[in-house]
Design a protein around this ligand. Structure first.
Ligand code: SF4
Length: 705
C-alpha cells in the first residue's frame, strides 16, 4: 500500500510505492472527460484485443471511491484530504502495532478506511488486469469485493499495457508522480487535444481570493499559537515567513491582515504584473520562496492544517497579526467552534458540516500559488483583481507558456500522439507547444485523414451577403446596426423554411445573443420563426442544459413524426458556451449549423494582451503574422471548429453549415477549417445561389430516404 506525503503544489496527493515495480512498455491514453474515456474503453472491449490486453482505467476519488463516509463529502478536495488522512492513520496504526509488540502503547482510535486492506487490493489489482473494465465496472467490482477501486487501479499500473486516464493525471507533474505514472520510454496518446494548450495553462493556473488568504493566515496563526512550544526554531521561522508572505499578498489586494476582509473595502480594478514586480509590490521579495516551498513540502503543513482545522474548527477569520504566545488565544478556534454549535439548531449544524463550500484548509491553495510563482518566473504573470471588498478580490497566477510543463512529457516519452477531430489550425500549436519545448521540426510527423462521412453528406457554405444584399460583416462596429440584425433574421427565417428537423444557431457572445434576440422580439422576427420551428435557447445554468436538450430533441422527434406547420426546432446558443463542446447534434438534432459572425476573443482583456505580448517577444511570426495576432485568429477558428463539429456525428449523418460573415472567405481563415469541411466549402457572394444549394441539398437527401 502506498504511503502518503504531500505533493509539491499539485491539487492531488502524492504517494510513493514502497517497492519499485518494473513498468512494462505501455500506452498511456488520456482524454478530456470521463465519458470520452469510457467510450475508448468500450471500443477496446469490442476490438480483437478486448480479451487479451491488460488495460487499467484510472479515475479520481470522486469517480472511484466506495467509502460512503468519504463520498458524501462531495467536494473532491475534501474527499482527497479525508482519504489521505485515513491512509495516514493506517500507517500510524501499523507502526504503533509494531511498537506495541515490544512495549505497551496507547490504543490507536483514529479512523482508517475499511476498504483499503492490502491483500484485498492486491487481489483486485490482479482481477483488474484480467478483464478490460471502464470506471463503472471497476466500481461494481469494488463494491462486490469491498475493496477500494481507486488504489487497486493504481496498483495495476506497472503491469498494465494500456493505462486510460484523465488529462489532469497525465499533464500535471505532481499528480503524475502521485499516481505512480512513469513516462520514461512509454507511448502517450492525448486525445481531443484541440484545446491542449489551454488545458495545460488552466491546470497550472491558480486563483486565490482575499477571504482564503485571510483564512489561511488565521488558521496558521492559531496552529502556531497552539504548538509554539513544540515547534523547532527553524520551523517556527518558516511559519512566520509564511504569515509574513500572506500579509504581503493581502496588502496587494488593498487589505490589511487583522481586519475583517468582508468589510474592508477596496477600489475595484485589475492589474497585471510580472512575478518579480508582484513580489516587490507585496514587499516579500526578500523572502526565499524556494526555501518556503521546500518547507511546505517537507513539513506537510497544509495537510496538518486540514487536520488541525477539522479538530478545532478554526476556519473563521480572526484578527491575529502575529503568533505571539497568548494563552487566551490558544483555544480561540475551539471556543468559537463550540459557540457556533450552540447557536445553531441541530439540523442546520448537519447541513453546514455536510455542505461546507470551502476546503478544510485554504493553505493548500496558498501552497499551489507559491509553487506556481517559483516554477515559472519568466513565463508567468500575476493578475491582481480587486473587487469592492477584500474578501472578494483575488490573485491569479497566469501561465503564459504551456510548453514549460509539456516539455517533460515530450522528453521522457518514447512517442507522443496528439490527436483530435478538430486540430486545425496546427501552425501556432506546433510553434507554441512543440518548438518551444525544444522539439525539432524533423521529429514531428503530421497526419490528417478525411472524415468517415462521404463529401456529399456535408454542405458548408460561406455567406457574404444576406437576402436583401446587405454585406455580412459582424465586426464590433457594424453588428449592432438594426439593418444587420434584421438581415440575420431574414437568413435564419429562410433557412428554417427549407431545413428539416433541428437548426442550431451560434452567436459570438452572450451579449450579442441578448441584443439580437431582443431586437427580433420587438420586430416580430421571433414570431415569424416560430411558425416554422419551435424556439429554444441555451440555458443560463449548466444544470438546466440536459432538460433543454431533452425538450429540444423531443420536439424535433414529434415534429418529424407528425408533420404539420412546425418542421422541427431552432436552438440559439453561444460559441464557447454550454452547448458548443461535448454535446452532439447528430441526425435530425442538427441538420443545419449557422454561425453568426466570427467569435474573436476579447482582445482588450489584460490576460490576452499579456499573452499576445509574450508571444510576440518570444516566438517567430507564423505565416507572416505576428504570433500574438495569430493566437487571436487561432482562438477564434478553434471555437468555430468546435461549434460546427457538433453536427454530422456518424457515417450516415448529413448537415449543412452556414458561416455568416464574408471574412470566413479569406484564404488564411479558410485554411483554418478542418480539411474535411474546407474541401467542400463554397463561398457565395450573393444569397440566392447559396439558398438554392441548401434547398437542393435537402431535396436530394429527402429523395434518397
Ligand atoms: S481508500 Fe479508497 S475507498 Fe477508502 S476512502 Fe480512500 S479512495 Fe475511498
Amino acid at each position: 500500500m502506498p504511503k502518503s506525503r504531500l505533493c509539491g503544489g499539485g491539487d492531488d496527493d502524492e504517494d510513493d510505492e514502497d517497492l519499485e515495480e518494473e513498468h512494462v512498455t505501455k500506452i498511456y491514453y488520456c482524454s478530456r472527460t470521463h465519458s470520452q474515456l469510457a467510450q475508448f474503453v468500450h471500443e477496446v472491449q469490442k476490438s480483437p484485443y478486448g480479451t487479451s490486453v491488460q488495460l487499467v482505467n484510472l479515475g479520481s476519488r470522486q469517480n472511484l471511491c466506495i467509502n460512503p463516509e468519504v463520498t458524501r463529502l462531495g467536494n473532491v478536495q475534501m474527499m482527497n484530504d479525508r482519504c489521505l488522512e485515513m491512509q495516514k492513520n493506517k500507517h500510524e496504526k501499523r507502526e504503533k502495532a509494531l511498537a506495541s509488540q515490544t512495549k505497551r502503547s496507547r490504543a490507536v482510535t483514529t479512523a482508517t478506511c475499511p476498504f483499503s486492506g492490502f491483500e484485498n487490493m492486491a487481489a483486485m489489482r490482479d482481477e483488474v488486469l484480467v478483464k478490460v473494465r471502464d470506471v463503472e465496472e471497476l466500481l461494481v467490482l469494488g463494491r462486490e469485493t469491498n475493496t477500494c477501486p481507486y488504489y487497486s487501479a493504481r496498483m495495476a499500473i506497472p503491469a498494465a499495457q494500456v493505462v486510460v486516464l484523465p488529462y489532469q493525471s497525465l499533464l500535471h507533474a505532481s499528480t503524475r508522480k502521485a499516481s505512480g505514472i512513469k513516462l520514461k520510454d512509454q507511448i502517450v496518446i492525448i486525445d481531443e487535444a484541440h484545446n491542449l494548450m489551454d488545458t495545460i495553462t488552466n491546470i497550472h493556473s491558480t486563483e486565490i481570493s482575499g477571504a482564503q488568504l485571510c483564512r489561511a493566515h488565521s488558521q496558521l496563526s492559531q496552529y502556531c499559537e497552539r504548538y509554539r512550544s513544540r515547534l523547532k526554531a527553524k520551523n517556527l521561522m518558516y511559519i512566520k515567513q509564511i504569515l509574513f508572505v500572506l500579509e504581503g499578498l493581502v496588502r496587494t489586494l488593498g487589505g490589511k491582515m487583522g481586519q475583517n476582509p468582508n468589510t474592508q473595502s477596496s477600489t475595484a480594478g485589475s492589474e497585471l504584473l510580472t512575478i518579480n514586480d508582484f513580489l516587490f509590490k507585496a514587499e516579500v521579495d526578500n523572502i526565499n520562496l524556494f526555501k518556503v516551498q521546500k518547507y511546505f513540502e517537507k513539513s506537510m503543513i497544509s495537510r496538518k492544517l486540514c487536520g488541525f482545522t477539522e479538530k478545532y474548527g478554526g476556519t473563521g477569520v480572526t484578527t491575529h497579526t502575529n503568533c505571539k504566545k497568548q494563552e487566551n488565544r490558544r483555544t480561540e478556534g475551539l471556543i468559537r467552534f463550540l459557540q457556533t454549535l450552540q447557536s445553531k439548531p441541530q439540523d442546520e449544524q448537519e447541513v453546514a458540516v455536510e455542505n461546507r463550500p470551502v476546503m478544510a484548509s485554504p493553505m493548500m491553495l496558498v501552497e499551489s500559488f507559491l509553487f506556481a510563482l517559483t516554477s515559472a518566473n519568466q513565463d508567468g504573470r500575476v493578475v491582481i483583481q480587486k473587487q469592492e471588498y477584500v474578501s472578494q478580490s483575488s490573485l491569479k497566477f497566469l501561465l503564459l507558456n504551456a510548453a514549460v510543463h509539456f516539455s517533460q512529457i515530450l522528453q521522457e516519452s518514447r512517442a507522443v500522439i496528439i490527436a483530435g477531430g478538430t486540430m486545425q489550425p496546427v501552425a501556432d500549436f506546433k510553434e507554441q507547444l512543440l518548438f518551444s519545448a525544444g522539439v525539432n521540426e524533423e521529429r514531428i510527423l503530421e497526419f490528417s485523414c478525411g472524415h468517415v462521412i462521404p463529401p456529399e453528406n456535408i454542405l458548408p457554405i460561406i455567406l457574404c451577403t444576406g437576402p436583401s444584399g446587405q454585406q455580412l460583416e459582424f465586426t464590433f462596429q457594424r453588428r449592432d446596426s438594426p439593418q444587420m440584425m434584421e438581415e440575420t433574421g431574414r437568413i435564419i427565417s429562410n433557412l428554417c423554411n427549407i431545413v428539416p428537423g433541428g437548426v442550431v444557431c451560434f452567436f459570438p457572445s452572450y451579449d450579442y445573443e441578448k441584443k439580437i434576440l431582443g431586437h427580433w422580439e420587438s420586430t416580430g422576427v421571433l414570431q415569424r420563426l416560430q411558425t416554422k420551428k419551435r424556439i429554444f435557447q441555451e440555458p443560463k445554468k449548466a444544470n438546466q442544459v440536459e432538460q433543454v436538450l431533452s425538450d429540444y430533441s423531443k420536439c424535433i422527434q414529434h415534429c418529424c413524426n407528425t408533420g404539420g406547420g412546425q418542421t422541427g426546432a431552432l436552438l440559439f446558443s453561444v460559441v464557447g458556451g454550454k452547448m458548443s463542446e461535448g454535446i452532439n447534434f447528430s441526425d435530425d438534432l442538427g441538420r443545419c449549423i449557422v454561425m453568426v459572425g466570427m467569435p474573436y476573443p476579447n482582445i482588450k482583456s489584460p490576460e490576452l494582451q499579456e499573452k499576445m505580448a509574450y508571444l510576440d517577444k518570444h516566438m517567430t511570426p507564423v505565416g507572416g503574422k505576428s504570433p500574438g495576432r495569430a493566437l487571436v485568429e487561432s482562438l477564434c477558428m478553434k471555437a468555430v471548429n468546435q461549434s460546427i463539429g457538433r453536427a454530422i456525428r456518424h457515417r450516415g449523418d448529413y448537415a449543412s453549415i452556414v458561416l455568416c460573415d464574408h471574412r470566413y472567405g479569406r484564404l488564411g481563415t479558410l485554411q483554418k477549417l478542418p480539411e474535411w469541411i474546407r474541401s467542400s466549402t463554397r463561398t457565395h457572394t450573393t444569397f440566392g445561389p447559396a439558398f438554392a444549394s441548401v434547398r437542393r441539398f435537402f431535396q436530394e437527401k429527402r429523395q434518397r430516404v
